[in-house]
Design a protein around this ligand. Structure first.
Ligand SMILES: NC(=O)c1ccc[n+]([C@@H]2O[C@H](COP(=O)([O-])OP(=O)(O)OC[C@H]3O[C@@H](n4cnc5c(N)ncnc54)[C@H](O)[C@@H]3O)[C@@H](O)[C@H]2O)c1
Length: 267
């Protein structure tokens, strides 16, 4: 008798095991990076947590006590691009997550801030990938997950630097996917809508000023205007998707972008 054809996975998908892997997460002191570092460590990875915020990293290391893997803090400002490239050496998994935002019309946007946003959110990821690839290629396995945004796929007014950096990151990620494929290295973007993190909380006042709205209307009238699901996405929901993309099970997912946007880009 022939075995029935089933559409389910051969193994239960809860077995996402990153034991023996070293995972570098940038911006690990903040909302999404913090959640990713904890989730990867819970799956057994040894996490190299990079951020310029030493206090936030210390809190992360404390929270990670008792997990299957471990978290090691590396205090680093990613505008130091040589240091960014060096810190990625030997990583099996790279999560490019650090970011910053300024909401301002182009004619008022300070050029030095534009430069910093592009440096941290595009040039540093390039240098981190560059630093990580030799080890990944040598062993024939690697995972690169780039935390992009809906703003890697769509623009919003008053976010010129952020939208430019995220669109650039999408291109960098696809190129890394093409080059990495023969070496067992995948590269993908994850594209959240608005996540409940300090980065979003901090921009509510700026958005209110830019759109001439009271702060209490920013969430409904601006941030969630195009989202079919009318709530912020949680950092843990993003971390769960990142863990899957870092797993052996995600070997065929590369050069693409996974939107966690509550239906925003369905418009
Ligand atoms: N919060 C959202 O709604 C949202 C939505 C889509 C995408 N994202 C993306 O997710 C990523 C994380 O955002 P978040 O919301 O967790 O922000 P966050 O502000 O909570 O965390 C960002 C982290 O990056 C670190 N960082 C910034 N500049 C740095 C530098 N020069 N060197 C080292 N570290 C630096 C900060 O110290 C902070 O810990 C960003 O790339 C952001 O663009 C966020």
């Amino acid at each position: 008798m022939t075995a029935p054809i089933t559409s389910g996975p051969a193994e239960p998908s809860v077995l996402l095991d990153l034991g023996g892997r070293t995972a570098l997460v940038t911006g690990a002191a903040g909302g999404i990076g913090h959640a990713c570092a904890l989730r990867l460590a819970a799956a057994g990875a040894k996490v190299r947590a990079v951020d310029r915020d030493a206090e936030g990293l210390a809190a992360l290391v404390e929270r990670a006590g008792g997990l299957a893997g471990a978290v090691e803090a590396r205090v680093l400002d990613l505008t130091d691009l040589d240091a960014a490239e060096a810190v990625a050496a030997g990583a099996d998994i790279l999560v490019n997550n650090a970011g910053l935002q300024l909401v301002r019309p182009i004619e008022e946007f300070p050029p030095d801030v534009f430069h910093t946003v592009l440096t941290v959110m595009l040039e540093a990821p390039f240098r981190l990938i560059r630093g990580a690839l030799p080890h990944m290629y040598a062993q024939g396995w690697g995972r690169i997950v780039n935390i992009s945004s809906v703003h890697g796929l769509r623009a919003s007014a008053f976010k010129s630097a952020y939208v430019a950096a995220k669109h650039g990151l999408e291109g960098l990620s696809k190129t890394a996917a093409l080059e990495g494929a023969p070496h067992g290295v995948t590269s993908v973007c994850v594209n959240p809508g608005y996540v409940r993190t300090p980065l979003v909380e901090k921009q509510i006042a700026d958005q209110a000023a830019a759109h001439s709205l009271p702060e209490e209307r920013v969430l409904t009238d601006v941030l969630l205007k195009d989202s079919a699901i009318k709530r912020l996405v949680e950092p843990d929901e993003v971390a769960e998707a990142v863990l899957y993309l870092c797993s052996p099970q995600a070997a065929f997912i590369t050069g693409t972008s996974l939107a966690l946007d509550g239906g925003w880009t369905a418009h």
